[in-house]
Write a protein that binds this ligand. Structure first.
Ligand SMILES: Cc1cc2nc3c(=O)[nH]c(=O)nc-3n(C[C@H](O)[C@H](O)[C@H](O)COP(=O)(O)OP(=O)(O)OC[C@H]3O[C@@H](n4cnc5c(N)ncnc54)[C@H](O)[C@@H]3O)c2cc1C
Length: 301
């Protein structure tokens, strides 16, 4: 069994903060998730490296949390260290038409930064409520754009503390997939390459995408966005609606009346409420349409 004292000592020595027993429901857009045994906020690569090496040497499990917008975390919480990226990881810099963003930056902030510098290509991501690191990990996308269209390179830290930069063609991007889904590496920064355009055009696109989200998505309720991946040749929301499942409720979890591809937390939904509703939807859609709906949101048990 591991001992977290090493992380407490490191935090005191290096000056980063941690909370023991922090409810993860405070850090997920679903507002679901039990307590993190230790919730650690690191401010720079040196602190992150020290924590990762301590975790590795002491068999302490760790998990990197972005903005928690694609996660369904167990009500039992998470053992070990849950890491969040603060401080330097929230900085953005510009060199001609490339922007390098810390992994902890909000996607919306990156989109606005691009707009303010008359750089186009990132508008699709405006309104995706994740971090830049989480977006690269997921190859997040919307309205015909994906991270893979703009990412030039990604820099990560390995479990041994080595810093590695991968170019776009090494990232194995595909629909909601990147190479990071197969490793324990932590993305520390992402460089995107954009095109110069008129800022009014860029702003018009961003506003259009945001308005479409507000019109179609249940943004007044906690959720983790689209629950299922898009099945080949169809849309998850269309299939779910066709099966009459809009409004289907289990405990505090409900298939949104506004967008059937979303499950919303209408009160105090538990992780199991959502999982049971997901299973119910998958079974019904399979029985009635023959489509298998693969989960997009990540369940942490
Ligand atoms: C209302 C709403 C609308 C949404 N719309 C869209 C949409 O249009 N398109 C879309 O693609 N998604 C959408 N999402 C889902 C979500 O916002 C994206 O998947 C987003 O990219 C997740 O980023 P995050 O920082 O929240 O990651 P988290 O949810 O915190 O984590 C997701 C995964 O990424 C990993 N991760 C996070 N940061 C790092 C890092 N620095 N290094 C390595 N791994 C990391 C985590 O460990 C976890 O496995 C939506 C969600 C909501 C709630």
């Amino acid at each position: 069994m591991y001992d977290l004292q090493i992380i407490r000592d490191l935090a005191e020595k290096r000056g980063f903060s941690y909370i023991e027993g922090e409810p993860l429901s405070k850090h997920t857009t679903f507002k679901i998730g039990g307590k993190a045994e230790m919730f650690v906020s690191v401010n720079n690569t040196e602190e992150l490296k020290a924590v990762l090496i301590a975790c590795k040497e002491n068999d302490i499990p760790y998990f990197i949390l972005g903005k928690g917008s694609n996660l369904l975390i167990s009500d039992r919480g998470m053992k070990g260290v849950v890491l969040t990226l603060e401080g330097k990881f929230k900085e953005i810099s510009l060199k001609e038409n490339t922007i390098t963003s810390g992994a902890g930056v909000n996607l919306a902030k990156l989109c606005t930064f691009a707009l303010n510098n008359s750089l186009s290509g990132h508008e699709f991501a405006y309104g995706i409520p994740g971090s830049v690191g989480g977006a690269a990990y997921m190859n997040a996308g919307a309205y015909g754009g994906e991270m893979k269209d703009v990412v030039k390179s990604v820099t990560h830290i390995t479990t041994d503390g080595d810093i590695v930069t991968l170019s776009a063609d090494e990232l194995d991007f595909s629909y909601r997939h990147s190479v990071y889904k197969t490793t324990d590496d932590i993305i520390i920064s992402v460089t995107v390459e954009l095109n110069v355009d008129d800022s009014e055009n860029i702003k018009a696109k961003m506003d259009d995408f945001m308005n479409r989200r507000k019109t179609k998505q249940p943004l007044d309720y906690p959720s983790a966005g689209s629950v299922f991946k898009r099945p080949k040749g169809n849309y998850a929301g269309t299939l779910i609606e066709k099966c009459g499942l809009k409004g289907k409720t289990i405990g505090g979890a409900q298939v949104s009346e506004k967008h059937a591809g979303f499950i919303i937390n209408i009160g105090s939904a538990t992780c199991d409420d959502v999982l049971n509703l997901i299973k119910f939807v998958q079974t019904t859609v399979m029985d009635e349409t023959g489509y298998y709906l693969e989960r997009e949101i990540i369940h942490i048990d």
